[in-house]
Design a protein around this ligand. Structure first.
Ligand SMILES: NC(=O)c1ccc[n+]([C@@H]2O[C@H](COP(=O)([O-])OP(=O)(O)OC[C@H]3O[C@@H](n4cnc5c(N)ncnc54)[C@H](OP(=O)(O)O)[C@@H]3O)[C@@H](O)[C@H]2O)c1
Length: 328
């Protein structure tokens, strides 16, 4: 199957490295970053482009744009891995729209387009006889969408509860383990590369809420928006709160939860027993799916990382290849 890769940062690099390393039957015919691009219908050597990007900061010719690749390259599936813009969804939504309109499948790790324009993009995909997959947008390497779609097929999903932001989980883990203040734990998370210079999206619970919106709309076919989520972050938590929880053999985690029957759509710090399945350490993510037949299923794994996120993207690509066998 031929793929075009838009974005060659942490996730794009992971995808390119794994395509180069593993015999996956995937050929890259176009690559673009924010300032350059390259295309070759016979296939591009990912190692060469990765080396060039490392050396020069650009992956190809500066006169070739992402739009050029999406419009002109020969590919079966577009891999869209540009930065998330949670307010506009752009430029990713435009890129995805353009590829779907050309009857190309799309795989993305970008939360913006899926949280903001899922219904429109899904309809566009259906109209063009292709598919839009986004496993990597929620909980990184954890195969949430595949589990819902296949493993739990036939179950009614009654509710979801998850730890969906690794930065917050790291901060809470360190505050509880070492008695650090929120500010000290955040500084440590920054030093470890787990928190952005501006951590607002993570610590205010916005990132977890966007993932909750994606899950809710996927599972129940709703059209909920970020503003529908009852949102409290972890930035006002004190070491005292964690100590009080500890006295009860509990701890605090930022939990994203949706229970349609109770009209609950919430992200907030919750006191939970230490032996609860959602009490995962460090940057791990966890998600409990409450179902009618299988009862509770909890998935735990890496919520981020270059190769970990590439795992989710490659899973989506190979699913498309197997399902739509006519791809070359
Ligand atoms: N990192 C993770 O672990 C992770 C996990 C799950 C989901 N995600 C999501 O995956 C996406 C990519 O994340 P990342 O960590 O790889 O980001 P990143 O390291 O910032 O890389 C983004 C890439 O997109 C390119 N880019 C920026 N604007 C562009 C534009 N207008 N057109 C074409 N390319 C453009 C950048 O180009 P330059 O190289 O020229 O700057 C860069 O190569 C984001 O939406 C993120 O939220 C990331």
């Amino acid at each position: 199957m031929r793929v075009a890769l838009i974005g060659l940062g942490a996730v794009g690099r992971g995808v390119a490295e794994m395509i180069a390393k593993k015999d996956l039957g995937l050929t890259i015919t176009g690559i673009a970053d924010s300032k350059s691009g390259c295309m070759d219908c016979n296939g591009i050597d990912p190692q060469r482009v990765l080396a060039q990007k490392k050396q020069t900061g650009a992956c190809g010719d500066r006169s070739i744009t992402a739009e050029d690749i999406i419009r002109d390259a020969e590919y079966d599936a577009l891999i869209e891995v540009t930065p998330t813009n949670a307010l506009s969804g752009e430029p990713a939504t435009g890129y995805i729209r353009a590829a779907l309109s050309r009857q190309k499948h799309v795989v993305t790790s970008n939360k913006g387009p899926i949280a903001l324009a899922y219904k429109e993009l899904r309809t566009l995909a259906q109209e063009n006889g292709v598919t839009l997959r986004y496993e990597a947008t929620v909980a990184g390497a954890i195969p949430v969408m595949h589990t819902l779609e296949h493993g739990l097929c036939g179950n009614e999903i009654l509710g979801i509860h998850g730890v969906l932001n690794g930065t917050c989980n790291y901060i809470l883990t360190r505050m509880a383990a070492e008695g650090l203040t929120y500010e000290q734990a955040l500084m440590e998370a920054r030093e470890m590369g787990y928190a952005e210079a501006d951590p607002t999206y993570d610590v205010k619970g916005i990132d977890a809420a966007i993932k909750l919106v994606i899950l809710t709309n996927t599972i129940w076919g709703n059209s909920v928006k970020l503003s529908d989520v009852d949102l409290t972050g972890i930035d006002l938590l004190t070491p005292d709160a964690l100590r009080l929880a500890e006295d009860e053999d509990c701890t605090i985690r930022l939990i994203a939860e949706a229970i349609p029957e109770k009209h609950l759509l919430r992200v907030s710090p919750r006191i939970i027993e230490k032996n609860h399945p959602l009490v995962v350490e460090g940057t791990l993510n966890a998600l409990t799916l409450e179902t009618d037949m299988a009862k509770e299923i909890t998935l735990i794994g890496k919520g981020a990382g270059s190769i970990e996120t590439a795992s989710a993207i490659i899973g989506d690509l190979l699913y498309i290849r197997d399902r739509y066998g006519k791809c070359t």
